[in-house]
Design a protein. Structure first.
Length: 540
């Protein structure tokens, strides 16, 4: 997957109509994953572009799910153009109809897909190959060529990026329920759009430590000083918000049976308000990992089934609430629309996760880990788990809680965990695209300038310096507009000392300051005052 171009035909928040972002301006390495990095001050518009891309793919996905009949008003007015590279081999779930177009696309390998949507119009599709270009406004919606997955992540409560993913879950829930009611027993693929929130991080952690290959997992474990997953439990309730029994789809019933077969122990009880409950406890050892491998196969397939189980939590809300959430606009506050159910009624929960720490006899609870440890496990874990080529990852400030060392290593660690070892022991990267926002000069230093966009007032431009490998001080100055290497409080203290006319006072005040480029001005000032004093003495 490679995103080539995004153009806004209508205004999107701080991004003006006509804004265009070209990402196809350098040759990318086939040996590493090179992120697109959006930087700028708070309110500069960098996150707005990430939100806009989320809304574009949400629009296109719901266009497919609604059989080409998008309903809500904002989608009719929303206008954009987006282009990306696609390959039919990425989407193994697609059932191809071998007409002339698809035969040609299969022969070509990579081809370029462009969706252009004008205001109050349906999207027009352009498909470009080396041999021919197709332009149509009536291509079958089932043959939309979208990224295999679009994954969103935010380190904070950025509802504007999470909203489209949350709303998509309600479409997927309805699709799952419709297939259940029609008794369709086909195996369901993982959703195209999903958001990596705190709850999903539980699933990510468990799936990785149960089934991810060791050569990938070792990089994360080394940083966190974790030797293995120790234990966890799963609770499933079979009643909805009305206390009615839930009928699960066949695939979910099968997943529950597999979980029972892998569990150390499980029990089915009647909980509060006559809620039937299933509680499964897992004490992890190598035999249990082999049981999960036999039952689910891969970490990704286990994640798919647990994610579908998590969708069942939508049973906690009535039809009117679900309808309002699906029809919410881009600027609506979903937290005010989604009620918080009582914890005793949540249908699917993962609880009591514990890890074994290196050098400690006592396991550590997942909830007791630091924010930075959670974030590293979440970010790197997402890349390890979601290993399908043809995916695009939209990460909003993934380094917020990291210490300086992890910030400086983030791009390096991401590349290490996505390396895939082929049979000839050569390493290659997945065909994925990552776009992230950041305030970290370390991350910018790991990105080529063609892949860095500096934002100001909704306009994004490439920096004038070669950012890859540049020093943090230079990036702070050229990219973030910070001309000093110390904090503002310390800088003001240096400025105050520079105004003094007594060298002894400056020397005494500078004892509190560590070494910095700016402190050098104090040394120069001291020498300047001493020279003036010497000249004055000679004159006398």
């Amino acid at each position: 997957m490679r995103l080539l171009n995004v153009k806004l035909l209508t205004r999107f928040r701080s991004l003006p109509a006509g804004s265009e972002f070209n990402f196809d301006n350098c040759e990318l390495s086939s040996e590493k994953l090179e992120p697109i990095c959006l930087v700028g001050l708070n309110g500069s518009g960098k996150s707005n572009l990430l939100e806009c891309i989320s809304e574009i793919f949400y629009y296109l996905e719901t266009y497919v799910l609604e059989n080409g009949k998008p309903e809500s008003k904002f989608r009719k007015e929303f206008a954009f153009e987006i282009s990306f590279v696609y390959n039919l081999s990425w989407d193994t779930s697609r059932k191809l109809r071998f007409d002339n177009l698809l035969i040609l696309l299969q022969e070509e390998g990579d081809f370029i897909v462009t969706y252009k949507k004008s205001p109050n119009d349906i999207p027009k599709t352009t498909i470009s190959t080396k041999k021919k270009t197709f332009i149509t406004d009536s291509i079958d919606h089932e043959r939309f060529f979208l990224p295999v997955h679009v994954i969103g992540y935010s380190s904070g409560q950025n509802e504007l990026i999470s909203n489209p993913f949350i709303k998509a879950d309600y479409y997927y829930f309805d699709e799952l329920e419709n297939k259940r009611k029609k008794d369709i027993g086909v195996e369901l693929p993982l959703n195209r759009l999903f958001f990596m929130d705190y709850d999903s991080s539980h699933i990510v952690a468990i799936c990785n430590y149960l089934l991810t290959p060791g050569y990938q997992l070792n990089h994360l474990s080394k940083e966190l000083k974790i030797s293995d997953l120790d234990s966890f439990s799963i609770r499933i309730r079979y009643r909805n918000y009305r206390n009615n029994t839930i009928a699960f789809a066949q695939q979910i019933q099968s997943a529950i049976s597999k979980l029972k077969s892998c569990a150390t122990v499980y029990e089915e009880t009647q909980g509060e308000a006559n809620f039937q409950q299933l509680r499964l406890s897992f004490f992890v050892d190598e035999e249990m990992k082999r049981a999960f491998a036999r039952s689910f196969g891969t970490a990704m397939l286990l994640y798919r089934d647990l994610y579908l189980l998590r969708l069942m939590n939508i049973h906690n809300f009535g039809r009117d609430t679900r309808s309002r959430i699906k029809k919410a606009g881009m600027d609506d506050n979903l937290s005010s629309l989604i009620p918080r159910p009582d914890s005793s009624r949540i249908i699917f929960q993962i609880e009591d996760i514990q890890f074994r720490k290196i050098g400690s006899d006592n396991p550590i609870k997942y909830k007791d880990m630091s924010d930075g440890e959670h974030q590293l496990m979440h970010v790197l874990g997402s890349f390890m788990l979601l290993n399908a080529s043809g995916s695009i990852l939209l990460f909003d400030e993934p380094e917020t809680h990291f210490n300086p060392e992890w910030r400086s290593k983030l791009v390096y660690l991401i590349n290490k965990v996505v390396e895939e070892i082929e049979s000839d022991k050569k390493r290659r990267m997945r065909n994925q695209e990552m776009i992230l926002t950041s305030h970290s000069p370390f991350i910018v230093s790991d990105c080529r300038k063609e892949r860095v966009f500096m934002f100001s007032k909704g306009i994004g431009t490439n920096p004038g310096i070669n950012t890859f490998g540049s020093s943090v001080d230079l990036i702070l100055q050229e990219v973030f507009g910070i001309s000093h290497s110390v904090s503002e409080y310390a800088l003001n203290e240096i400025k105050r000392l520079l105004k003094k006319k007594n060298p002894a006072s400056i020397i005494e005040g500078s004892k509190l300051l560590g070494e910095s480029y700016e402190k050098g001005f104090l040394y120069e000032r001291i020498e300047e005052l001493k020279l003036k004093k010497k000249k004055k003495t000679k004159t006398k």
